[in-house]
Each structure stands twice: as structure tokens, then as C-alpha cells.
Design a protein around this ligand. Structure first.
Ligand SMILES: Nc1ncnc2c1ncn2[C@@H]1O[C@H](COP(=O)(O)OP(=O)(O)OP(=O)(O)O)[C@@H](O)[C@H]1O
Ligand SMILES: [Mg+2]
Length: 446
């Protein structure tokens, strides 16, 4: 069957007669007037490939992502060589080639793309099904081995720290896990990908107005983003003599369109080759309502979180340990399972305190959790410790510097699989009243 294609730009239109004469593999169904026309044509399902002339449009990873999501493979005509930074997923071919060569390139591009019918449902659509990390993601493993063997380039792991709304402590967990890993000798990049309330820069006392992640995404969108480019953009923070690389988040919430999923995917690919572990603080929201919008290039606010969760090797889901936090976590996990079925989150309850759930809070939480019926167990309980958390915030650093002996620090180090020397015994918890955790499962919506 002939492949329907659309063209954009004069050099692409010039091939139309030649392609038609072939009476074969390719049929030109539309010569597009501009970018909006091109995207609209692809989104309407008209074409399975787009032939784009040199200079007709700025070919970015985000644009290619949108076209591919719409079901169209991209063939870019070039004046010479493709240039130093080819965009992933694009088939490049000289602008002056014979029609038959161009038709072959289209066939190749479409073949690589697949038949387009396997378009994922729901918000998984945020991840182009054809999106391939530069390196095959390693199998989920412990975050840290006792003697971390230096991994080859591209083998770095990505840990997404995510969780429901209500400030359960995602950023605190992300910063302190990253700090523990860095201090133990692992090379670590900490990334703030929260599109609602980025706060890693402020939490680490960085007077950084540069929004490192947005800057990295901007460059990555042009293609050819590497670990060394990332190295130049990330700021370094010294933690207990070790170095923690940080990509700060957007400086204002309205800058969220700068964190386009395709570009963010490239940044995380580059991170795999730069460091052993990348810890990403994700936003909480996974809603995919924007997907209903047919605005051609409409960016998606939650696309950044979704892309992080899709490419992550492990996901830490942080929730508040109280009667509001537990049901929220249950709902959030269900949303996560819908949005990113491949994610296998480790559930962590933070700010664990007897005052909120009753005596023996861990047992209470476990019992309540089991009543809910989620198959995921609870991986860790992090105790409340306002003094330690505030002290670290005030000093703009991690708990291992300001409160190294605190139970909160030790619990986060455990979560990161980092051995802590000279640890104290059990976590202290205010032994207050015996407040029963709500016993009626009906109150805990599934
Ligand atoms: N275990 C804890 N004990 C006491 N305070 C804590 C604990 N964990 C976090 N906090 C404090 O709770 C507040 C919210 O934490 P954090 O910013 O990490 O949450 P978040 O989930 O990232 O929130 P946001 O919705 O703003 O992204 C901060 O003031 C932090 O210091
Ligand atoms: Mg946060």
C-alpha cells in the first residue's frame, strides 16, 4: 500500500512530481503551508510521514515528538550532511536526491516508526511509544551497592521521587537521598522537574536564577545533547566533601512549558552517561486533561512528570503519614498505574508520628494500608522531625550535615541503601495519646 505523505517547504514540494511518477510506494496527500498546517495534517491522520525541506521549520525534538505522536514519521531533507546535532528519530536525506531514493527514505522512516496503530492510551501517550533512551535502561536495582562499581557510560540509573499532593516531603526525600548517595561516593545528579513548585534551588540555598533544567531542555531540544553539555549546566554543591550536581528547576511556575517531555527525555538520557544515579524530584500531578486539547503543539504541564516516571528505573512514592495522606496515596498509585503502567513504585510514608495515627504509628499505618488492599507494600517509614528538617532548610543543605544522627536522616539513608555508621537505635516518636487510625475502610476511597 502506498504511504501517504505530506510535504513542507519548497524543496520538499519540488519532489512531488518525481514521487508521483514513481506510481509506487509514496503518495503525496498534501503540500503544507506552514508549521500549523503540517501538524494539523498529521494530527488528522492524513499522513504517515512528513517530508520537511531544509530551513522550512526549526526541527526540534519536541516537534518530532509531536509529529510522531500524531502517527507521522519525519524525513528531513538536508542541504549537505545532517549537521552536528541530528534530532533523534528523524530520517535525513539529501534535498537533491532522486525521487526513488527519497521514497526509500520515507519507507525506511515509516518502517522504523512502526504502523502507528500501537498508540498508547491515556497519558502514556506522553511518551512516544517509539521513544528509546540512548542506553537501554538497566533493570531496577538497589540504588546503591556497598561498593559501587563504576558503571559504563549510559548505565546510570534514574530514580524518580514522586507522590501525591499536599507537600508530603518529595523534595526532602529527593535532596537527602541524593546527598546520601553522593557522600557515599556515588556520582549523583539531582534534578528538579516539579512544574508546580520547584524548590530544590531554594532548599539548597542556591541563588541560581538560571533554571538549570530549563536551560538543559532548551539545548536538548535542538538535538545532540550529551553528558558533557549537562556537566557544564549543572551546578555543583558540596555535601560533606562530596560533590552533588544539581539541575535547578523553573524559577516561576508559569515557565513550565520550557520542560517539554521530549527534551527532558534527552536530558535524562544524557544524565545516564554523566552520573551513576540521577534523582529526580517530580511534580505530583499526572492528570492528562490537556490531552483532550487538540491544540497542535500544546505543551502539557504534567508531561514532564510523566516522562520522568516513564524513563525512571525506580520510583519512590512519598506520601504523608496521616488520615489525609494515606487515601491520597492510594488514589495516586491508581493514577500512576493508569498513566505509567511500567512504574513499580516503592511506597514511603513520611512525617510518621503517633499524634497523627496513634501509638505504634508504623503498625497503625501498615494495618490501614493492608485494609485498603493495594498490592504494593510499604517500603519505608520516615519519622517526623521538624527540628532536623527546619535546620537543614535554614542551612540550605542536607540532613547529613546538620542532623547526621537524626532518625529522619538515618531512615532516608536506609531508603537509599547507604550504610550509616554510628547509628542510633529506634526512631524517636512522640509518645502521646493513643489516637486510633480510622478503622472504617469505607472512609478510605479506593
Ligand atoms: N520527616 C519530616 N519531618 C518534619 N518535617 C518534614 C519532614 N519531611 C519534610 N518536612 C518538611 O515539610 C515541608 C514540605 O516538605 P517538602 O518540600 O519536601 O515537600 P514536597 O512534597 O516536596 O512539597 P511541594 O508540594 O512543595 O513540592 C518542608 O518544610 C519540609 O522541611
Ligand atoms: Mg517539592
Amino acid at each position: 500500500m502506498s504511504i501517504p505523505v505530506v510535504t513542507l517547504g519548497a524543496a520538499a514540494s519540488a519532489h512531488v512530481p518525481g514521487l508521483e511518477q514513481l506510481r509506487g510506494p509514496v503518495t503525496v496527500v498534501r503540500r503544507c503551508d506552514g508549521l500549523a498546517d503540517l501538524v494539523a495534517a498529521c494530527q488528522s491522520g492524513l499522513a504517515r510521514a512528513a517530508i520537511i525541506a531544509p530551513g522550512a521549520v526549526e526541527l526540534t525534538a519536541s516537534l518530532v515528538d509531536r509529529l510522531r505522536f500524531a502517527g507521522a514519521a519525519v524525513v528531513a531533507l538536508t542541504d549537505g550532511a545532517p549537521g552536528p546535532d541530528p534530532v533523534d528519530g528523524v530520517e535525513y536525506v539529501g534535498a537533491t536526491v532522486e525521487a526513488a531514493v527519497l521514497a526509500d527514505a520515507v519507507t525506511r522512516a515509516v518502517g522504523r516508526f512502526g504502523d502507528g496503530s500501537a498508540r498508547p492510551k491515556g497519558s502514556l501517550a506522553y511518551a512516544d511509544p517509539l521513544y528509546q533512551p540512548a542506553a537501554a535502561p538497566p533493570s531496577p536495582a538497589a540504588l546503591h551497592a556497598e561498593a559501587p562499581a563504576a558503571e559504563g557510560p549510559g548505565d546510570g540509573r534514574i530514580v524518580a521521587v514522586w507522590g501525591p499532593s499536599g507537600s508530603p516531603g518529595r523534595t526532602t526525600v529527593a535532596i537527602n537521598m541524593a546527598a546520601e548517595l553522593a557522600a557515599s561516593g556515588t556520582s549523583v545528579l539531582l534534578v528538579d522537574a516539579d512544574t508546580y513548585g520547584a524548590s530544590i534551588g531554594a532548599s539548597l540555598g542556591l541563588l541560581d536564577e538560571s533554571a538549570g533544567l530549563a536551560q538543559a531542555c532548551r539545548i536538548a531540544d535542538q538535538g545532540g545533547f550529551t553528558g558533557s553539555a549537562l556537566e557544564r549546566i549543572a551546578v555543583s554543591v558540596a555535601i560533606k566533601g562530596a560533590r552533588l550536581r544539581v539541575l535547578t528547576g523553573i524559577t516561576r511556575p508559569d515557565r513550565w512549558p520550557e520542560l517539554r517531555p521530549a527534551a527532558l527525555g534527552q536530558v535524562l538520557d544524557a544524565a545516564r552517561s554523566l552520573v551513576e544515579v540521577t534523582v529526580v524530584d517530580c511534580g505530583f500531578c499526572l492528570e492528562a486533561d490537556e490531552e483532550l486539547s487538540f491544540d497542535t503543539l500544546a505543551p502539557r504541564r504534567n508531561g514532564a512528570a510523566l516522562r520522568c516516571l516513564e524513563v525512571a528505573d525506580s520510583v519512590i512514592a512519598v506520601g504523608g503519614a496521616d488520615t489525609v495522606g494515606v487515601p491520597r496515596m492510594v488514589k495516586a498509585l491508581a493514577e500512576l498505574a493508569d498513566a505509567v503502567p511500567t512504574a513499580a513504585p516503592r511506597v514511603v510514608f513520611n512525617k510518621v508520628r503517633a499524634a497523627a495515627v496513634g501509638r505504634a504509628p508504623e503498625a497503625q499505618l501498615r494495618e490501614a494500608w493492608e485494609r485498603f488492599g493495594p498490592t504494593t507494600g510499604i517500603a519505608a517509614f520516615l519519622p517526623v522531625d521538624h527540628a532536623a528538617a527546619d535546620q537543614a532548610l535554614l542551612a540550605g543543605t542536607a540532613l547529613l550535615e546538620t542532623a547526621p544522627a537524626s532518625a529522619l536522616r538515618i531512615a532516608i539513608a536506609d531508603l537509599a541503601d547507604v550504610p550509616v555508621t554510628g547509628r542510633r537505635g529506634r526512631m524517636p516518636g512522640p509518645r502521646l495519646r493513643d489516637v486510633r487510625f480510622p478503622g472504617n475502610p469505607a472512609r478510605l476511597p479506593r
